[in-house]
Design a protein around this ligand. Sequence first.
Ligand code: ADP
Ligand code: MG
Length: 639
Amino acid sequence: MSKHTHSFQAEVAQLLHLVTHSLYSNKEIFLRELISNASDACDKLRFEALHNAALYEDAPKLEVRLSFDKDARTLTISDNGIGMSEQEAIDHLGTIAKSGTKEFMGKLSGDQKADAQLIGQFGVGFYSGFIVADRITVESRRAGLSAEAGVRWVSGGTGDFEVESILREQRGTSVVLHLREDALEYANGWKLKEIVGKYSDHISLPILMEKEEWKEGENEQPGQMIKTGEWETINQATALWTRAKKDITAEQYQAFYQAISHDFEAPLSWSHNRVEGGTEYTQLLYLPAHAPHDLWNRERKGGLKLYVKRVFIMDEAEALLPGYLRFVKGVVDSADLPLNVSRELLQESRDVKAIREGNTRRVLAMLEDLARREVPAADASEEDKADAGKFGKFYAEFGAMLKEGLGEDFGNRERIAKLLRFASTASDQASVSFADYKARMKEGQEAIYYITADTLAAARNSPQLEVFKKKGIEVLLMSDRVDEWALNFLHDFDGTPLQSVAKGAVDLGKLQDEAEKKAAEEAAEAFKPLLAKLKEALKDRVEDVRVTTRLVDSPACLVVQDAGMSMQLARLLKQAGQQAPQVKPVLEVNPEHPLVKKLDGSVHFHDLAHILFDQALLAEGGLPEDPAAYVKRVNALLA
Ligand code: ADP
Ligand code: MG
């Protein structure tokens, strides 16, 4: 068949331009990407061969080979994995299937190191070959197809690529890099070994390279390395998690993390265990130090890599962890699951349930360890001291996600609650735990008070806090979107009820003295006629009107009935385009406030009543339903 020229998809062309122009100072990552593709191809073959052993042909031993030719200036990465058909080569090496590419382009920072990491993270790895090559030739034959179905793909990494069919006996893929002038250092055995050791040591597949020997020069000629024709394995070639803990260094654990997560920062901690008795499996779990760019993307999957008896089965096996722990990275290798397990089967498997529970316990224990060492004592061990500050770092990135666990993981609710941290009226930092709060509770205080708002500033300045501030009672300030929802599932902490200061009537209980209680009762009595008039004026907007003791400086505030949905949650639902029930709040007025005192008998009573309501709405971060009407009313009074 003849050659055909194809154009790259526009995104690929753009990406290639970026790759070759912005990543030249961190060239060596190309090898990690190409070896990782070779390794993926072998995983795919192994997986397909589970149902069709004939795919192995007569070469069941899967491997990657590196070879270079200094004179021809080429470096070749070959594998005997699944290979590609002609159409697959056109599709996979000419387009980018993933929607993340555009986002990738936007994320490029100009910082080459970070940008280079992004390449791996977004799965555009193959094109990184063009950092070091001005031409790439790929030859491939898909497992199961005949030698005539071979394909050659060639491109200079600009606008287009050529494809032709070739005769190719060997199954799998060879990627030949025609090295650029400034990348000739990669046609060197030492250099390649060094990079493989750095990035690809843990790859469970052997990576082979032809052995070289030093040969002295004759007749005053310089000596040189001569290939011996013998191939040697240059990586460890055992899956890291199958090795004994004591034989694995911290650097190796970190390198493995970076390889599976494409995260350039080191993980905060990890936990590696062989679990026996009942369901048997190995878990290697990592806590990342920072959230990936698309953590909150709904389509993003979490989960771990699943292996069964060391055979790779799938990425992002969500069933192995509850959703609120989707930030965890790692590997589970099960001894019990069948090799042909599917995502559907995973959902139902009892072994998987046991693994998920085991993983959950382990992750919570890791977090508890970090929380305990957050501020180490002076006499703490060096190991403990090394963990100082890590929990705060973790929490800033993933705390909101952890809160989802209150609703999702009933069995671990208490453990999760202990790990939560909040800002409060006594602390600027989001570092107050429920236990810290309890330890500071006032004599006679019977509840843990909290307020939720759209922003921390709105929470901190809410009129509803006035009486608490006056009495020096701490209130937890919550402004994560998930707070309101999550707190629905937590009614108490360690026996002390949680009480929203924006829900129901304030009951300060024993914190109020007799005189205050009496004054409040008298005010309620004296204000009865005014309250009735207000209720009549605002009857479409409020559920009820009552006097309150929670306000000091403000004339009024809005609260919801005890069991009701808060105004903030209703707003969030509306913003998210969801059906939210109409929430009619209760208007509470401050009987001590001059404005409220003046209300009765005013000729502007109707307007003042609405202004009072709208201002209370503004104060808690809401907006008047009819802002123009509000402005008109205020102006009428000002004039
Ligand atoms: P990713 O590996 O994240 O899918 P890459 O850009 O690295 O992205 O590779 C693109 C695609 O090209 C792969 O998904 C695969 O289908 C195909 N491919 C690349 N290298 C090989 C290989 N050595 N063998 C078979 N297919 C390959
Ligand atoms: Mg890849």
